[in-house]
Design a binder for this molecule. Structure first.
Ligand code: ACO
Length: 457
């Protein structure tokens, strides 16, 4: 079996674009159209491969598969670039705000003042949740993980907002989108307040998105709470950095759930469930735990040695990334934000920051990390920052979910509006038993059973 691009007969014509790749299986040859994006590698279109050849492709983890075409976000892992609708993440984080970024991701362009103010007004005036939802929270145990509450409550939004679940109506799609962006911080803050036994704090329409979130998380009814604008700006920036990341696991989950026509609230709940996994949204907590475990700068060489030792499962948390083989562009902004937050809070000597900076310096000069292209990722500095802001570590992934909601919705909306959209239905390479006949129970033996056939006792 071989696969080649269409032969370019004229060696001089190096700029000629390949139009099709040819796949040879035995005596047969199949043409696979080559589709070109605006940025990034070309893709081989295999949509007709099964029909024409009777073969599927095999790609666990989808490391070589483009599951959709998208105009939302682009990552160049080699160059360490992340673009939302073409705009570099550092420019958005430096100059923009989160709601402006939400508008960009949802509708494709940065808003002018009029459109921004209308959007901000709509989001601000949807931040309250149905009053009956307050009682819904009390059904959870006090020690429930806030992400489990998020999965349940966000899924339950579909039981409260019936007028925005018709996915075929663009107005209802839009209302559902705005509702989720608006209500997610309220639900997240309620999950936090419920866990610590404090009363829920209602949103305030005079505060911007991030300041309102801090207010709902940290205010109490018996005392005034003033939001520090530098800290609110830091939260806003953290939200921008996490707003989208193209076809990652949780986004792909939202798309797959949505491909069956499920309502948008249920799809976002599915995304939250996926994000909760430690390989996805939980890494910032792990990075913070590691920095705490290292504790002091003098112990760094010991941990670097362990990270390089193949017989030791230890890895430097917050280092390396499946896509970025360069400095994660979000990590640069996160590092600056971390310094700003600590300066504002008057934390002169945060021992964990000292450990983090020294660890980064040593690792970036170390041959092992250079050769494997292991750079700090966004999670390296976000745990320290979020802890300094006063968030308990179980809330870190919840904040990630709040920020990522707009990305999930933008991708879900794009999918619903895509004329090529079909229900997601991956195929498989079956390696189980061949067809066999049913035997009555008393004629069966356990001889030759695989271990999995006896459940653990
Ligand atoms: N510390 C030490 N060695 C590492 C690290 C690390 N953090 N990350 C990768 N390596 C080594 C691996 O041992 C492997 O070595 P080998 O080629 O000798 O076998 C090589 O680098 C490549 O690593 P892979 O795991 O194959 O790379 P992959 O791209 O699949 O994994 C991952 C990326 C999972 C993020 C990995 O770098 C890692 O485990 N990092 C620590 C966890 C972490 O910070 N995760 C957050 C990611 S960001 C996010 O999800 C928002």
């Amino acid at each position: 079996m071989s696969l080649t691009d269409s032969p370019d007969t004229d060696a001089q014509m190096t700029t000629k674009e390949p139009e099709a790749a040819r796949l040879t299986i035995g005596e047969s040859e199949y043409e696979l159209p080559v589709r070109k994006g605006t940025l990034g590698p070309d893709v081989l279109d295999i949509t007709r491969l099964y029909r024409n050849s009777g073969r599927f492709t095999y790609d666990p983890g989808y490391t070589s598969t483009a599951s959709c075409s998208s105009k939302v976000t682009f990552i160049d892992g080699k160059a360490g670039k992340l673009l939302y609708r073409g705009y570099p993440i550092d420019q958005l984080a430096e100059n923009g705000n989160y709601l402006e970024t939400c508008y960009l991701l949802l509708y494709g362009e940065l808003p002018d003042r009029k459109h921004f103010e209308e959007f901000e007004h709509r989001v601000t005036h949807h931040t309250m949740v149905h009053e009956q939802m307050n009682r819904f929270f009390t059904g959870f145990r006090r020690d429930a993980h806030p992400m489990s509450i998020m999965v349940g409550v966000v899924g339950a939004l579909s039981a409260f907002y019936h007028d925005s679940t018709d996915i075929h109506d663009p107005v209802q799609r839009d209302v559902a989108s705005v509702r989720m962006i608006a209500k997610m911080p309220t639900i997240a803050a309620m999950a936090h307040k419920y866990a610590i036994g404090q009363p829920f704090i209602y949103p305030r329409n005079d505060l911007d998105y991030a300041a309102n979130f801090l207010h709902m998380c940290f205010a109490v009814p018996c005392a005034p709470y003033n939001v520090d604008p530098v800290l609110a700006r830091a939260v806003d920036r953290i939200f921008i950095l996490h707003a989208d990341h193209e076809q990652n696991a949780s986004t792909s989950t939202v798309r797959l759930a949505g491909s069956s026509g499920a309502n948008p609230f249920a799809c976002i709940a599915a995304g939250i469930a996926c994000l909760w996994g430690p390989s996805h949204g939980g890494a910032n907590e792990a990075a913070l735990n590691m920095l705490e475990e290292i504790g002091t700068v003098d112990r760094i060489p010991e941990y670097i040695k362990r990270a390089k030792d193949k017989s030791d499962p230890f890895r430097l948390m917050g280092f390396g990334h499946r896509v970025y083989k360069n400095y994660d562009p979000r990590a640069k902004v996160m590092r600056e934000t971390c310094h700003e937050v600590l300066d504002t809070l008057g934390v002169k000597e945060e021992p964990l920051l000292k450990v983090a900076m020294e660890l980064e310096r040593i690792a970036l000069e170390d041959e092992y990390f250079i050769e494997k292209k292991l750079y700090p990722n966004i999670d390296f500095y976000s745990g320290i920052t979020l802890r300094a802001l006063g968030f308990p570590s179980e809330l870190f992934t919840v904040l990630f979910a709040v920020a990522r909601t707009v990305g999930w919705i933008a991708q879900w909306k794009e999918m619903i509006e895509d004329p090529e959209q079909r229900i997601g239905r991956p195929r498989q390479l079956y390696i189980g038993p061949k067809e066999r006949d049913y035997l009555p129970m008393d004629q069966r033996t356990t001889e030759g059973w695989p271990a999995a056939a006896s459940p653990p006792k």
